[in-house]
Write a protein that binds this ligand. Structure first.
Ligand code: HEM
Length: 166
């Protein structure tokens, strides 16, 4: 049974990174696009995949907690460190998305979130801003500021799980 729970936990992680690939690709490709319709399509693709990523994240977290209880791992430090790092990363993503990607969605005339209205709810689309303003907002978002901590923290969490160092 324990092995099946760990299996589901790893499956959740695989599904999460597959689904989140759409947002990662969006972050990098957006800066190379100057056609407004293509920019909207890239933003939509990421948005459509976010609920899938959240579902996979829920599976990853629930199966991880279940495996932690079944394996009596909560008396060790590594599992707590992994949870803290995941929550920090999650918070950083929400803050960054709200600060940089929501204004782009708003400016280009797509529904957008502000972070305060709870998951799943969006503000309706508004008339688009002028093109120069949209391009400035896009160049303001630096995908490396997400990719480096995102991949770094994922690697540290993986290390904690495989080596269980403390
Ligand atoms: C441990 C690794 C990671 C976790 C747990 C994570 C988690 C999340 C979550 C929960 C969101 C949704 C935030 C919201 O509801 O507003 C998000 C958004 C986002 N993430 Fe990550 N992420 C990770 C790694 C990465 C990496 C490596 C990148 C590479 C660039 C990245 C790029 C993005 C982008 C661009 C968004 C905004 C998507 C949008 O607004 O359409 N993430 N992330």
């Amino acid at each position: 049974m324990y092995q099946w729970v760990v299996f589901l936990h790893i499956l959740g992680a695989l599904l999460f990174f597959m689904a989140h690939g759409a947002s990662m690709a969006m972050a990098f490709q957006l800066r190379r696009e100057y056609n407004l319709d293509r920019i909207r399509a890239i933003l939509d693709l990421s948005n459509v995949m976010l609920p899938v990523a959240y579902g996979a994240l829920a599976l990853l977290v629930l199966a991880g907690i279940a495996a932690g209880i079944m394996g009596s791992w909560f008396s060790r430090g590594w599992i707590w460190a992994a949870i803290v790092l995941l929550v920090v990363m999650w918070g950083m993503m929400v803050v960054y998305g709200t600060r940089f990607y929501s204004p782009i969605r708003k400016a280009i005339g797509l529904p957008y979130r502000t972070g305060g209205e709870g998951p799943g709810s969006e503000y309706p689309a508004e008339p688009p801003a002028n093109e120069a303003e949209i391009m400035t907002l896009i160049q303001r978002a630096n995908p490396m500021h997400l990719a480096i901590p995102g991949l770094g923290i994922a690697a540290v969490i993986l290390w904690l799980m495989v080596f269980k160092p403390f």
